[in-house]
Write a protein that binds this ligand. Structure first.
Ligand code: DGL
Length: 297
């Protein structure tokens, strides 16, 4: 309960910022380091071997920076690279977003008929299908590969007739012959997609619930931090490791101000401007990161 080291998060670009913001909301006392691999986005149309190699490179950086836990804030990398990263860094707890997303969808559905909108690589991995089936064996799951939406979002296109048309085309196969929806829940299986949630919800109408993994992943991280007793100094939050106690006292020493670093492998000014536009907030300021640069501890 006294570990000031940062939590590391990464994504192929700006999508994982949806998870980062949930982590800030849920764990405001924790320092974070976020890496968005904008120079190599998108991941969702790449072969598995490439997504694993890029994910390993970023995880190595985060571990070298002293990350006490890592959140893979990218469904594609979670689906494809989670086990490889856990094998590579066995002493660092690593959390993906697929399982929290699957749980959220299984809890939200009433009819058991769930749609998943994800990247091509995520759909091909079968990770969501397996994770939802584990939660809810009777679930009927229909997955749609929607990689073409990622570059639109990375270019800041959140609301346009072109986006609406692309969404309508992607969702059309989920309609029944009477024109209604076969699904009652759509899981946004890509961390970029909460940024176009309004356009997706508009395309679906009111009969389909839209869920994503960001809040569930942040809740999972909070549990992980608590159970492993990794809380930052000054945290006053009760933990699952404190069974039998009514919450717990703040540590006696003064809280350390958390640091919040955001890196991009791409153009820092462009990513900062994009994040300001996407999130209508100026708190997401990116710095450039060269992953190939030699590092001195
Ligand atoms: N945001 C990512 C995901 O959750 C990746 C999108 C991409 O790079 O294709 O899948």
């Amino acid at each position: 309960m006294n570990d000031p080291r940062p939590i590391g998060l990464f994504d192929s670009g700006v999508g994982g910022l949806t998870v980062l913001r949930e982590v800030w909301r849920r764990l405001p006392g924790e320092s974070t380091i976020y890496v968005g691999d904008s120079a190599r986005t998108p991941y969702g149309t790449r072969p598995e071997s490439e997504v694993i190699a890029f994910s390993e490179e970023i995880a190595d950086y985060l571990v070298a920076r002293g990350a006490k836990a890592i959140v893979i804030a990218c469904n594609t990398a979670s689906a494809v690279a989670l086990q490889a990263l856990r094998r590579r860094h066995p002493t660092v707890p690593i959390l993906g977003v697929v399982r929290p997303g699957a749980t959220a969808a299984a809890l939200a559905t009433r009819t058991g008929h769930i749609g998943v909108l994800a990247t091509k690589a995520t759909v091909q991995s079968g990770a969501y299908f397996a994770a939802i089936k584990e939660e809810s064996p009777a679930a009927v799951i229909e997955e749609r590969a929607a990689s073409e939406l990622v570059p639109l979002i990375e270019s800041g296109e959140l609301d346009s007739p072109r986006l609406d048309a692309a969404i309508a085309d992607l969702l059309a196969p989920l309609r029944s012959s009477s024109g209604g929806w076969r699904i009652d829940t759509l899981l946004l299986g890509c961390t970029h997609f909460p940024l176009i949630r309004a356009a997706i919800a508009r395309g679906l109408g009111e009969s389909v619930a839209v869920v994503d993994a960001a809040a569930a992943a942040a809740a999972g991280l909070a549990d992980l931090v608590a159970v492993n007793r990794l809380d930052a100094p000054g945290s006053t939050r009760g933990t699952a490791a404190d069974a039998g106690r009514l919450g717990h006292e703040a540590p006696a020493h003064v809280a350390v101000t958390p640091t919040r670093e955001i890196f991009t492998t791409g153009d820092a000014a462009a990513v900062t401007a994009l994040a300001a536009r996407l999130f209508r907030s100026d708190e997401l300021v990116a710095e450039h990161l060269d992953l190939s640069a030699p590092r001195h501890p």
